[in-house]
Design a protein around this ligand. Sequence first.
Ligand code: MLT
Ligand code: ZN
Length: 435
Amino acid sequence: LSEDLRAALQSVCATAPDATSYEVDWTRRTTGSALAVCLPASTAEVSAVLQVAARHGVGVTVAGGRTGLVAGAVPDATVVLSTERLTGVRVTNGKALAGAGTTLAEVQRAAAEQGWAYGVDMASRDSATIGGTVATNAGGLHVVGHGTTRAQVLGVEAVLADGSVVSRLHGLAKDATGYDLVQLLVGSEGTLAVVTQVLVRLVAPPRSRQTVLVPLASVEDAVRLVDRARREARGLRAAELLLAAGVELVRDVDGLPPLPPSPVQLLLEAEEGLEDVVPDDALVASDAVDAARLWAYRERMTEAIGRLGVPHKLDVSLPQDRLGEFVDALPSVTAGCTTHVFGHLGDGNLHVNVLGPAPDDDRVDDAVLRLAAAMGGSVGAEHGIGRAKRRWLHLSRTPAELAAMRAVKQALDPHGLLGPGVLLPDVVTGGGPGH
Ligand code: MLT
Ligand code: ZN
């Protein structure tokens, strides 16, 4: 069967000679196995790959830039469909139309060349693809200003499990003609369709930029300051949290200069007005180079943590008024581990990184995710559910919601060919939010 399958796939598109790099996630925590790696160069080739997979009854795992942190692109004895050759971007009338495999940085560059900006940014911009960010409803560094990827998406072209193509790329401002298939695919993590093209709205570039790093005594103080900056500064677009241990870590690993010691650092970026909001001891960037220096403490965090070992990456969101309490409670559920917390404070989104437990020991994952859910939070804020968090989806979605999600999946992909093992748990384990 495998030889037949390989030959059939090779007859419809190029395949990669070596699957190894596609079989492990970015954190190295999850590995899998690929039956083949397909590199379609057009929507027609994507459709042909899905038809071959359907004929052979094998699953298809979609891979973009493979910077995801919940193993959603790691195959599980499936065919990998990589979007890396579906590239190209065109900007017209404040909109960008891009192939799914176009990197975020290329979309940003194309927008800037025409005097626009793209509202989503993240440290993995040079590898993360626009299709992957749509599939996961990625957040990133500017959600406080522009919303998540969902808020930018105007249209998609996608191939369904049976090979049929749905295309909503007209970009009309008004279109009240029934179910919103485009937004249904945003955040569906490759389980409902393969996104092949994306149409996104662009935003006006900031007229000016202020970047400050504010030392604070507590997470609660940082939450209060963000609230004030939202009201009093203009064009707030980033509000990022660092804790003392994380600052020390990036300093050690990357040789960055020391900062005045403080339990909490809050990085704020806005167009103007921050000088009236932040305390006198804030570090204020004098120019773009200086701003990049301040951002380095935040942007290098992920790589610095990755060098300590294989982290358990737990991306959660909390109500604003429970963020401090959650951070204070973490040591009680991560005892004996090394824990680094940072994140997008303006979105109530914390990245809890735990080092120590073996990759397949998920007791600490369970404890942290239950803690977040018990405080009214979400077990998946911006990284998605992927393969890593299926077990805990029921902590954030009710049985009725899970049943509705299954019904959608059954309708669009009745044979379960797309993203097997991703997002939806095999069996509903019961309990509602907070259980
Ligand atoms: C970030 O905010 O830097 C990303 O979500 C990556 C991470 O959580 O490590
Ligand atoms: Zn993040």
